[in-house]
Write a protein that binds this ligand. Structure first.
Ligand SMILES: *Cc1c(COP(=O)(O)O)cnc(C)c1O
Length: 429
């Protein structure tokens, strides 16, 4: 008997194979070697013939040197936290690539001296919200709140309504985040009703600021009351408003979603928001408002630990200055357009023998905001077993399994990806 291991092609021979060597250039030798090792193991186990090993290695090489894989979001959830929230616009992706090498992020090419870091992105943000006297960008909205607590309420109290003690997701809670800075939370009111007098009664010399948090992933309905931003702004202490989703101006389809410009016009001293929710940009925490307060935040030692990198600054500026990002396109796209695409996709699939149907669907903004708002949409409905098969495909397509059907909601699919979906479904055949 010949030893089957004798038949396993050697690692150096495989790495020298011209097709594998070419693929190794952009990926790096170590990564390719690990794929080669796995293929050799399959030969040893008799799962693969030695002749097929090169094709197998090529088939298993990732497209990029990262384990993060691009997926098609057909869930109908526009801002899908588990799928990386906002997909960047083409302009933002290009900006990231342009800034990836050496770049003048903190350098003035005219004078040859140090310049304000990320001034282009900051200017773009300031231009979008003229009511903001100052702007600053940190790692995410949680970081923005952390910085507010550290800079404005060290050893002091943050006054907040019991109806706004929000868990953001994955067990993270805003009250715990704030308390971790050493600031004390002064809860006022009740879960469903908090009045201006509740805040007024809690304010004193130990108050750092009043915090108003937008309930972005839940709704309190029924017998409810809350104090307005305008009222809270007049209490004589700084008012910080966490609007959550990151709309900079009102959005016609989301009338209940707060926006930075309006909240500042109502008197808020500082607004905090996420960059990768309804703004449609990179993960970032946006701070806008009173120039002196923003400067205090910027000057706090912790600001350095919360600052964003050049890639974020590049993507943020391009999102603000460039064309409508995918999140905003997904909100805007008219129903008949979605229906036309769904009809076409469905016809293609049925011609290939797939039991596909077009059905009405309700898309959602997602954890990013506007809880309870349904966006009318259209989906291609497939037998449920496609759900798992499509997730295992290349690229993975993530749909929504509802009872015995797998729904591919087109509101969150960029129009250019319909053909990708058709091919993915056919491969599951
Ligand atoms: C999402 C959200 C946060 C957290 O924002 P990140 O950018 O994820 O850190 C905080 N507050 C509200 C109201 C939110 O909606």
């Amino acid at each position: 008997m010949t030893d089957p291991r004798r038949a396993v092609p050697r690692t150096d021979a495989l790495l020298a194979d011209p097709r594998i060597a070419k693929a190794a250039e952009p990926l790096g030798r170590d990564l390719v070697k690990s794929v080669v090792t796995a293929a050799q193991q399959r030969v040893r186990e008799g799962l693969l013939t030695p002749e097929a090993i090169v094709d197998d290695v090529l088939a298993h090489l990732p497209g990029h040197a990262t384990s993060l894989r691009p997926v098609v979001n057909a869930t109908g959830v526009v801002v899908h936290t588990n799928l990386g929230r906002a997909p960047l616009s083409r302009a933002a992706v290009d900006a990231v690539a342009a800034a990836a090498g050496a770049t003048d992020v903190e350098f003035d090419l005219t004078t040859g001296r140090r310049a304000r870091r990320g001034r282009g992105a900051l200017a773009a943000l300031a231009d979008e919200v003229p009511a903001a006297g100052g702007v600053h960008v940190v790692n995410n909205n949680a970081a923005a709140l952390l910085l507010c607590a550290l800079a404005l309420a060290p050893g002091r109290e943050i006054v907040v309504s019991r109806g706004e003690l929000v868990e953001i997701g994955d067990g993270f809670r805003i009250p715990d985040l704030l308390a971790s800075t050493g600031a004390r939370l002064r809860e006022v009111g009740t879960t469903n009703r908090t009045h201006l007098a509740d805040y007024a009664g809690a304010i004193g010399p130990g108050t750092g600021f009043v915090l108003k948090v937008h309930p972005s992933n839940y709704r309190v309905t029924g017998f409810t009351a809350e104090a307005s931003v305008a009222d809270l702004a007049g209490l004589g202490v700084p008012l910080v408003v966490d609007i959550g989703s990151g709309l900079l101006a009102p959005h016609p389809l989301l009338p209940d979603e707060p926006d930075a410009a309006t909240v500042l016009a109502q008197g808020a001293h500082l607004v905090t928001a996420s960059g990768d929710k309804l703004l449609g940009g990179p993960q970032a925490g946006l701070l806008l408002g009173d120039a002196a307060l923003v400067e205090r935040l910027r000057r706090h030692p912790a600001a350095r630990a919360l600052r964003v990198d050049k890639l974020t600054l590049a993507a943020l500026e391009a999102t603000l200055r460039g064309p409508l990002p995918p999140v905003r396109e997904a909100l805007r796209i008219p129903l008949p357009e979605l229906r036309g695409r769904a009809d076409e996709l469905c016809a293609t699939l049925r011609a290939a023998g797939v039991a596909a149907e077009v059905v009405e669907s309700a898309a959602a903004v997602g954890g990013g905001g506007a809880p309870g708002v349904e966006l009318p949409s259209v989906a291609v409905s497939l037998p449920a077993h496609y759900g798992e098969a499509l997730r295992a495909g290349q690229p993975p397509v993530v749909g929504r399994v509802v009872r015995d059907r797998c729904l591919l909601d087109l509101r969150t699919v960029p129009p250019g990806d319909d053909a990708t979906i058709a091919a993915a479904v056919r491969r599951c055949g």
